[in-house]
Design a protein around this ligand. Structure first.
Ligand code: GAR
Length: 189
């Protein structure tokens, strides 16, 4: 049985989608969901899904690193950032080489980096008059959105699309391809 943990900061629709996908299989267990945001809707989703959800502070994450200690005990096969907005400290990256992945809602290296998340990314795509957007699933290193790319999936952006339209298209790609990419990584080990 492979074990994964998920990190999220907000709504958690990707978390819910990933949990539901793997609840149908017997080969992967979602051990825990972590969030830095005590008001995040992902907490309610976890309650409904029957998944443990742990809330941590910046101090727990960065200074005391109790989250890292907890991860070392769980020893997950994969740590999945699904809408997680904080930079991951280098100690975590070193402890789990090529075992931390992130999804970014655009085609990196475009529209990535500090402060580029969620709706801001889709607004940048529209402002830039891009004709396509998509998702990038990549390994996490100690810089925002710069780790090696695992896969990208694209969607067309029409010149009439709003940021909300782009967000809907990108979410559709996320829901389809993120669980598949996780499964592929776990089963190729
Ligand atoms: C997702 O679109 C994800 O790609 C994005 O946040 C959203 C979270 O939605 N991640 C980033 O922007 C990271 N830079 P969700 O909470 O409904 O899954």
């Amino acid at each position: 049985m492979k074990k994964i943990v998920l990190f999220a900061s907000g709504s958690g629709s990707n978390v819910e989608n990933i949990v539901k996908y793997f609840q149908k299989t017997s080969s992967v267990e979602i051990t825990k969901v972590y969030t830095n945001n005590p008001n995040a809707y992902v907490i309610d989703r976890c309650k409904k899904l029957g998944i443990a959800c742990e809330i941590f502070s910046r101090n727990d994450f960065r200074e005391k690193q109790t989250v890292l200690d907890d991860l070392k005990v769980i020893n997950p096969d994969l740590i999945v950032l699904a809408g997680f907005l904080w930079l991951v400290p280098k100690e975590y990256v070193a402890a789990f080489p090529n075992r931390i992945i992130n999804i970014h809602p655009a085609l990196l290296p475009k529209h990535g980096g500090k402060g580029m998340y969620g709706q801001r990314v889709h607004e940048a795509v529209v402002d830039n008059k891009d004709s396509e957007s998509g998702i990038t699933i990549h390994y996490v290193n100690e810089k925002y959105d710069e780790g090696n790319v695992i896969c990208q999936e694209k969607c067309t952006v029409l010149n009439t699309d709003t940021a909300d339209d782009v967000a809907a298209k990108v979410h559709e790609l996320e829901y389809k391809y993120f669980p598949l990419a996780i499964e592929k990584l776990l089963l190729s080990e």
